[in-house]
Design a protein around this ligand. Structure first.
Ligand code: HEM
Length: 406
């Protein structure tokens, strides 16, 4: 049954920095739910069609747990051992849980992530963005936009929200980068993970002893959560909260600079930013590949996925499905892109999506307004793409501007 043309999954951006690898597009065109032979020989599946991906994400028989079956890896990862047994469940890491455990933990957090609370944070986020832009404007171009803007903004925001001292950012930024990278040796990944957990459990103990007015302190007041669960939750939020948004800000800026007429429209009419953010989310789909484990035989898109299969879903492919979005490979900030799957769908749909939207709107708007002559400082094809990371984006984005027009 295996489609032998699909041996493992290519991460090559052979169709351009913003487009899916052509292998993925081909699979969607020929068979949106396709068998895929993984490098370890496992007969897994890949879902690339929009409707099929949405249906998969809404169906909890496609489990998110890693402790009930082996989740096979579709990439060749030099030096990484092939998983042969399930991974133990990490307390509090509810992104890797199914209902009812998932429901119990997620419910404790939804109160903290309401649209209302996020709105209240909005002004503060705008201040953080403006302060960061002041810092950027004081520098002499060319500068790396990732280092000076795209990474600090979400890091500052998530630190503030969780009550993590920003001075400790190096600890979590360098350690997170290590275990998000595909090619880092297992022992280095484990060491980075251990260092993060030790840091966070110390932090949680502090919040339990002396709660403040941040989100982790709110959770620490809840006796139904164990300290291990709280540490796992802090880990998940910190990880999910800064890497993703940072890459959207930098890759999104790169995409806008490559579409100068749309950047100009956005500059002229800042209200367009709401739709532009949705379209950039759809078009770039930086969090692309997600894993599920079929707990029983499941029909999807006319195929039968056998119990025990690792199923991967490409949100990027789904968001570029011409059956759902017209002319999907074109960036068009005027299109109605809502309905994209970039924040997921179903019970695991992104908990931080309102926060991320606020950060992106403030970030793109501020950057375009303050730097009317913003431009890439190197040729576009020399920008280093994060094809080696689980979250796509750019490693650096050297930019420049004319100081007199700043
Ligand atoms: C879940 C994307 C920002 C916290 C998810 C999922 C996606 C996603 C696709 C679903 C995962 C799955 O189905 O397995 C993104 C993108 C972001 C972003 C593209 C930025 C542009 C954030 C932020 C936070 C956050 C800022 C926190 C402050 C979470 C959490 C989950 C999640 C806790 C797990 C939810 C659950 O399992 O119930 N995100 N996210 N995300 N995200 Fe985000």
């Amino acid at each position: 049954m295996t489609d032998t043309t699909a041996q493992g999954l290519s991460t090559d951006r052979d169709a351009g920095p913003f487009d899916p690898p052509s292998q993925i597009t081909r699979l969607r065109e020929t068979r949106p739910v396709s068998p895929l032979e993984f490098p370890d020989g496992h007969q897994g599946w890949i879902v690339t069609g929009y409707d099929e991906a949405r249906q998969l994400l809404a169906d909890t028989r496609f489990s998110s747990r890693q402790d009930i079956g082996v989740l096979h890896v579709p990439y060749e990862t030099p030096g990484m051992p092939t998983p042969t047994e399930p991974s133990p469940q990490v307390p509090g890491l509810f992104i890797a849980m199914d209902p009812p455990e998932h429901t119990r933990l997620r419910r404790m957090l939804t109160g903290a992530f309401t649209v209302k609370r996020m709105k209240a944070l909005e002004e503060h986020i705008v201040e953080i963005v403006e302060r960061q832009l002041d810092g950027l404007a004081a520098l002499t171009p060319p500068v790396d936009l990732v280092k000076e803007f795209a990474l600090p903004v979400p890091s500052l925001v998530i630190c503030e929200l969780l009550g993590v001292p920003y001075e400790d950012r190096d600890t979590f930024q360098s350690n997170t980068a290590k275990f998000m990278e595909k090619d880092v040796a297992l022992e280095d990944k484990m060491a980075a993970y251990g260092a993060m957990m030790a840091f966070l459990s110390g932090l949680v103990a502090g919040k339990r002893a002396e709660p403040g007015d941040d989100l982790l302190s709110d959770l620490a007041r809840n006796d139904d959560l164990s300290s291990d669960e709280l540490t796992g939750i802090a880990f998940l939020l910190l990880l999910a909260g800064h890497e993703t948004t940072a890459n959207m800000l930098s890759l999104g800026t790169f995409a806008l600079l490559e579409h100068p007429e749309q950047a100009a429209e956005l500059r002229a009419d800042p209200d367009l930013v709401v739709g532009a953010v949705e379209e950039l989310m759809r078009y770039l789909s930086i969090a692309d590949i997600f894993y599920r484990y079929a707990v029983e035989d499941i029909e999807l898109g006319g195929e039968t996925i056998p119990a025990g299969s690792t199923v991967i879903v490409s949100l990027l492919a789904a968001n570029r499905d011409p059956r759902r979005f017209e002319d999907p490979d074109t960036l068009d900030i005027h299109r109605k892109a809502r309905g994209h799957l970039s924040f997921g769908h179903g019970v695991h749909q992104c908990l931080g999506q309102q926060l991320a939207r606020i950060e992106m709107r403030a970030g793109f708007q501020g950057l375009l307004r303050r730097f009317p002559t913003l431009a890439l400082a190197i040729p576009a094809d020399e920008v280093r793409l994060r094809t080696d990371m689980n979250i796509y984006g750019v490693h650096e984005l050297p930019v420049t501007w004319s100081p007199e027009t700043r």
